[in-house]
Design a protein. Structure first.
Length: 711
């Protein structure tokens, strides 16, 4: 894979396309030309699969013309033309046409690849209401008495229970249904997904009326989500008869409920959309969601009906013309045509981001309210450092007290300066506690820490500058020891402040340190999201009293470098330590965490996604001077920081996560609780993940930009 690391097909993606050709009613030759023009464009754009509208070769609105032999003969000739042309196109085409089988006529989708018809799928449900009366012209799929049909000079598989598997692309197994099939209570694609179809395709005509386009979105989104699949939807566009109906040519691609691509509606000519479907993600979701497997078992009879047809996208033998057509999956580079967010835990859209912050904040507050109510405890103890995590935990405590109808003075907040506490963070801690209106106290821990260092015989107690891990942990331990005893003394509980990112990287002091508390409100919230939560609280005035929003205080905290402040600085009271200098930038490590924890992706794929996400989105390239600016990481930086993440996450940190305190799970991105999302051995190795990471090249390589029609 190293040779084709820069090709999306090497990472479990497959590019799919949905085409809406301009058509002419009852003119199959013209319609075939328009169809092939889009197919050639899709192949040039790197697609492995393209879907066209229902009855696209004839047009849907032929009505009783479907009973004219001349039209049906012309459709078969047009089909033969498409089959012949497919020998030079390394992709599968799904084309709609009427097909005669015995003494019946069926509304069908033909799957064409490598110069052959792989199979023909008839429509299962024929609408006979409103403006539709398809049973007048067609028979439903279950009326067929044969499992083969003669088309384009060959006997080919025929039936509604066919699955098609792309020989060249692992995981690309697709099923085809037609229009009304997805509008019924149990669509055929539901059983197809249980039988292993990862991509579901709907060839639709679907006239347009007010509100119908939005409903199609809902329908396709929900079917893709329920089936844990990708869903391609295409409908008829310009050229269909408007005797009694109108057409908008809507094309959609969804993946597990998420919109990947959509076309502009009411276009006057042929159009095409692309999307890169993550087949790995779909497989991982089905493995993780064990009820999917339960459904397979419960519907074993329906699943057993499916036949799997193998498609040779590039031709069945080396001597065919299609074999000479080089598939996109064989190219060294093929850029991903899919938006990958740099901050997967934080929505990019401001409105959705505000909604996310509001929901996460309320989950944290509600969880703490429940814990205090159930335990009959009215006070909390919290350490306030003037940094990001303790700030947000204090904000949660304040809102929880408001909800409980208790005074904020019941929050016993302590700032505990040590050997390396900077003037800035100490000032910020004091200002924050004043803003919140809690009971604020200050305990200088240097004296008790020095006593511990003397008891240990540590060189620092003898006046030597020895800032080792013991020196750091003595301070962290003293702070937490004080908090627990203060909680005992005041009949309170200690609120933990450490976040998900720190747990993932093991950036916490084990035992009686910041690793431990009675209840931790931040444990499943990543650092990147906490940043936005604090900013959202500042902007919405959630906490301030007496008309003060406290925005200046919170903005100052947000602008402070992240540091444990355990090693004295050398000048101006500035902290010597900067956390991200040791464990890597949180914005990149949160990205690594999300795709490792949520989807279980291999490190090479995580690196591929990170490279795509963090490149310049306007040019798709890196700055010419090769300097890595903030929010832009080149492949070398991605690989270096991912190596740090993998070793810390899989080898050195699990023992800390095995005994973490109770904490609420806030998002579908997962938590690291041993009682919830993540149960792992404390003695595992990181070797297999680091070995996979070595498949990532050290040198950058330019990739061709994705096609213009890509989402």
């Amino acid at each position: 894979m190293t040779e084709r690391f820069f090709n999306l097909y090497s990472h479990g993606f497959a590019r799919v396309a949905v085409g809406v050709p301009r058509c002419r009613v009852a003119d199959p030759a013209f319609n075939a030309e328009q169809t092939l023009a889009l197919a050639r464009e899709a192949a040039a754009g790197g697609a492995a699969l393209i879907a066209f509208p229902e009855l696209g070769l004839s047009a849907y609105s032929c009505d009783d013309l479907f009973h004219q032999q001349a039209l049906l003969d012309a459709c078969e000739r047009a089909m033969a033309q498409i089959v012949a042309a497919s020998a030079r196109l390394p992709l599968a085409m799904i084309v709609g046409l009427p097909v005669r089988v015995g003494h019946a006529l069926f509304n069908c989708a033909a799957v064409v690849a490598g110069g052959r018809v792989a199979g023909v799928v008839p429509k299962s449900y024929l609408p006979n209401y409103g403006e539709f009366y398809e049973p007048r012209q067609f028979s439903a799929a279950d009326c067929a008495s044969t499992e083969t049909v003669r088309l384009a000079g060959e006997d080919v598989p025929f039936g509604a229970s066919l699955l098609f598997e792309a020989a060249e692309i692992p995981g690309l197994r697709f099923h085809v249904e037609i229009c009304e099939d997805v509008w019924v209570p149990i669509p055929p694609s539901s059983f197809a997904a249980l039988a292993g179809a990862s991509v579901l395709v709907n060839l639709s005509a679907s006239n347009v009326v007010v509100g119908k386009a939005g409903y199609r979105h809902q329908l396709v989104s929900q079917q893709s989500a329920r089936c844990l699949a990708a869903y391609l939807y295409t409908s008829a566009g310009q050229g269909e008869s408007t005797t009694d109906m109108a057409w908008d040519g809507q094309a959609l691609v969804y993946e597990n409920g998420e919109l990947l691509a959509q076309s502009e509606r009411f276009l006057g000519d042929s159009h095409l959309i692309y999307a890169d479907v993550d087949l790995d993600r779909l497989q991982q979701e089905r493995i993780r969601q064990t009820t999917f497997g339960d459904s397979v078992r419960r519907h074993a009879d329906e699943v057993a009906k499916f036949r799997v047809i193998r498609c040779e996208l590039a031709g069945a033998s080396a001597g065919t013309a299609a074999a000479a057509a080089r598939g996109a999956w064989e190219q060294e580079t093929l850029a991903l045509a899919r938006r990958v967010e740099r901050f997967p835990y934080v929505p990019a859209d401001p409105k959705r981001r505000d909604e996310r912050c509001n929901e996460v904040y309320n989950i944290q507050v509600q969880a703490l309210v429940q814990r205090l109510s159930q335990a009959g405890i009215k006070k909390v103890v919290i350490g306030v450092s003037g940094g990001l995590d303790s700030t947000h935990a204090l904000l949660v405590c304040a809102k929880a007290m408001d909800r409980l109808g208790l005074p904020r003075a019941n929050i016993l907040a302590y700032t505990m300066p040590g050997f390396a506490t900077s003037e800035r963070t100490l000032r910020q801690a004091r200002e924050l506690m004043t803003l919140v209106g809690c009971t604020a106290r200050e305990i200088d821990i240097r004296q008790s820490c020095m006593q511990m260092l003397e008891d240990l015989g540590h060189p620092y107690s003898e006046g030597k500058e020895s800032y080792d891990i013991t020196f750091e942990n003595v301070q962290a331990g003293e702070r937490t020891n004080h908090l627990f005893r203060l909680a005992n003394f005041n009949h309170a509980i200690v609120i933990g402040t450490g976040d998900l990112s720190e747990l993932a990287l093991g950036w916490c002091t084990y035992g009686v340190g910041d690793h431990m508390s009675h209840y931790n409100v931040n444990a499943s919230v990543p650092k990147t999201l906490i940043t936005h939560l604090v900013r959202w609280v500042a902007e919405t005035g959630q906490i301030g009293q007496n008309g003060e929003s406290g925005r200046d205080v919170l903005e100052a905290i947000l602008a402070t470098d992240i540091s444990p402040e355990l090693i004295p600085g050398k000048s101006d009271g500035a902290p010597e330590q900067k956390t991200e200098s040791t464990i890597g930038p949180y914005e990149l490590q949160d990205f690594n965490l999300y795709y490792t924890l949520r989807f279980g992706f291999a490190p090479s794929k995580v690196a591929f996604l990170a490279r795509h996400a963090w490149r310049d989105r306007e040019t798709g390239a890196w700055p010419e001077n090769a300097k890595v600016a903030r929010n832009q990481y080149d492949l070398a930086a991605i690989k270096r920081n991912l190596r740090i993440f993998l070793d810390r996450f899989f080898r050195t940190s699990q023992f800390k996560r095995t005994c973490i305190p109770n904490a609420p799970k806030v998002g579908s991105g997962g938590s690291l609780s041993p009682r919830g999302d993540w149960r792992a051995p404390s003695d595992s190795e990181s070797a297999v993940w680091l070995a996979d990471l070595e498949r990532v090249p050290d040198a950058e390589r330019a990739s061709a930009p994705p096609p213009a029609a890509a989402s």
